[in-house]
Design a protein around this ligand. Structure first.
Ligand code: PMP
Length: 338
């Protein structure tokens, strides 16, 4: 089959393939598929939410010609917004913590975003915190519109409208289990709710072991873009409005070491070089799959590629310094998961 022809790059957001796990799923009864979200035009699942949020803002009039898209994010949402903004002719301003990797800042700038750095590690109450600074810039900039991925209902709606129907159709309605990480909660809430409306689908959230979402103490962890780190001086931890906590039937907690080892095995044994949130989700799915049968079909959301993390999860020195390797150098990739 030949590939699709798109008249705009925006049409190259969504309609991602499912790719079956083979060697990692050896000995497990169900079929396990990855939803290849890294194949979206901007390289991540967040392209879907970015496009949907911008389109909804245009419809409501919150964003109009000459308008400015503003968001606080260090990650893929910024790339998605910058991509969409550039194509549709909006300025895009992204506030990032100064702890953000240089490559990510360079990528945002390459897509034409104006990047505003602010100190990382601040409390949620601090006016310089990314979220607060982005809100201020949006309010003070003429034509400014804050995307607000944690609260904007267009984020989960993007997954109700696109991710879920794609999965349902691709599996011929056979999907019985969805596994996804939780950042804003948009992916799991939108996809999970819409799948459950179609059939009995078990929705499994995965969370870094120490993340506060899944019951951890909120202490730091290394996997990026999912979970909730709780600053020690922050009193309150409101859950993101976009995470509908009723959707997940369970939350599986995965420690950093298992995530790193799974990432390495995915690259070496499946030919899939993926980001840490994908590896966390796969590790969670492998655990859940032990209790499932041959009629089960598990779909795991794989949000982005591993290219942005080569100097971390895929670097022996980095892993070794953190104690994530086995005693023998280079042996990390062949360790069994879990
Ligand atoms: N993985 C990656 C790589 C991401 O960038 C994000 C978004 N922060 C997520 C997972 C979580 O997705 P969501 O915000 O929809 O919960």
């Amino acid at each position: 089959m030949s590939g699709a022809v798109h008249e705009s790059v925006l049409d190259a957001i969504g309609a991602t393939p499912l790719i079956r796990l083979r060697r990692l799923a050896d000995g497990l009864a169900p079929r396990i598929y990855l939803k290849a979200e890294w194949q979206n035009a901007g390289g991540s699942v967040k392209d879907r939410a970015a496009l949907a949020m911008v389109r909804a803002a245009e419809r409501s009039g919150a964003l109009a010609a000459g308008g400015v898209i503003v968001e606080g994010t260090s990650g893929n949402t910024g790339i998605g917004l910058a991509l969409v903004g550039g194509v549709l002719g909006y300025r895009t301003v992204i506030v990032v913590p100064d702890t953000t990797a240089a490559e990510k800042i360079a990528a945002l700038r390459a897509y034409g975003a104006e990047v505003v750095p602010t100190p990382g590690g601040l409390t949620r109450e601090d006016p310089r915190h990314v979220t607060n600074l982005a809100a201020r810039i949006a309010a003070e900039t003429p034509g400014g519109w804050l995307a607000d991925q944690y609260g904007n209902p267009a984020n989960p709606q993007a997954h109700r409208d696109t991710t879920a129907p794609e999965i349902w159709e691709q599996t011929g309605g056979a999907v019985t289990c969805l596994v996804a990480g939780i950042g804003t909660g948009g992916t799991i809430s939108g996809t999970g709710a819409a799948l459950k409306e179609r059939g009995p689908v078990r929705v499994v959230g995965v969370d870094p072991e120490t993340s506060a979402y899944g019951g951890g103490d909120g202490s730091p962890y290394y996997v990026e873009a999912i979970g909730h780190y709780r600053h020690p001086d922050t009193v309150d931890d409101p859950w993101p409005a976009n995470w509908d906590r009723a959707v997940a039937d369970e939350i599986v907690r995965v420690d950093d070491r298992t995530t790193m080892l799974t990432a390495r095995r995915l690259a070496r044994e499946e030919g899939l070089l993926l980001g840490g949130s994908s590896a966390t989700a796969v590790a969670g799915a492998l655990r859940v799959a032990r209790d499932l049968g041959p009629d089960d079909v598990v779909v795991v959301i794989a949000p982005d590629s591993g290219r942005a993390y080569l100097s971390k999860y895929y670097d022996d020195g980095w892993l070794g310094r953190l104690g994530f390797t086995d005693e023998e150098p280079g042996s990390v990739g062949v360790l069994a998961v879990d």
